[in-house]
Design a protein around this ligand. Structure first.
Ligand code: NAD
Length: 229
């Protein structure tokens, strides 16, 4: 018998309890940095050193963090379901919890890519990309991250996955960063949907949605237990 398809859409909130700050909880500041100074193409054009420093620090923080009960619960779901995770997160906590199918919409902190040819992507050894570190074609390496104002290459793939879901789960995203935030509109109206977030998220007009107003580490293991019955 083919397994039912569960698609899970995650945001910064699922990694909050692993010690990685969400964007919203940091008042639009990630640690001491203003987002416009470090996560836009303009920032990269203006000050590469600052952009690299910002991501080097975040990479170190991510590597020190551990998957929490929410990431682990999603791994558990694979015993019964065909699970795909579409994440806006750049951390690798889903992979480290053991999840097999993870799509990163906004890139991956542990990878670098060429500024000349975006198909040249490299796994970073250690925690840093340094100024002067180059790809095989001689151009500076940049973080493999989708910055604000850049295209999201995986978006169409994600919409297609959402459209094929039998069950759809949203965890820890404020649904304000587009185009990713529009994904719920691609899920069929008849499909059961669950949203786990301790805060109110604007989801007006979405049919068949159960809101679980809990932290991910509490709400997700409970939901997974239900779904495994
Ligand atoms: P966001 O900061 O806009 O929203 C986070 C959401 O998580 C909020 O709705 C908040 O109420 C909720 N939340 C906070 N603590 C939670 C918990 N313990 N359990 C469940 N939910 C919790 O983040 P976003 O919607 O993901 O969008 C911001 C952008 O910044 C995205 O691209 C995001 O991936 C990126 N970002 C990534 C990381 C990471 O990779 N870990 C961290 C910060 C921001």
């Amino acid at each position: 018998m083919t397994k039912q398809k569960i698609v899970v859409f995650t945001g910064a909130g699922i990694s909050a309890e692993s010690g990685i700050k969400t964007f919203r909880d940091s008042d639009g500041l990630w640690e001491e940095y203003n987002i416009n100074d470090v996560a836009t193409p303009q920032a990269w054009a203006k000050n590469r050193e600052l952009v690299l420093e910002f991501y080097n620090k975040r990479r170190k923080q991510t590597q020190e963090a551990q998957p929490n009960l929410a990431h682990k619960a999603l791994k558990e779901l694979e015993k019964k379901y065909d699970v795909t995770i579409i994440t806006q997160n750049i951390d690798d906590l889903h992979e480290r919890a053991g999840s097999k199918k993870v799509v990163h919409l906004h890139g991956e902190i542990n990878k670098a890519r060429s500024t000349l040819d975006e198909t040249l992507v490299y796994k970073i050894k250690g925690t840093e990309i340094k100024l002067g570190e180059k790809c095989e074609r001689g151009s500076q390496l940049r973080p493999h991250i989708v910055w604000f104002g850049e295209q999201v290459p995986m978006m169409d793939v994600a919409y297609k996955m959402a459209a094929e879901a039998d069950i759809f789960i949203v965890v820890g995203t404020s649904l304000v960063v587009y185009p990713a935030a529009g994904i719920l509109n691609y899920v069929a109206p008849t499909v059961p949907k669950y949203m786990i977030d301790p805060s109110d998220v604007n989801v007006s007009g979405i049919k068949n949605l159960t809101i679980i107003k809990q932290k991910a580490s509490v709400g997700l293991p409970q939901l997974v237990e239900e779904l495994m019955k």
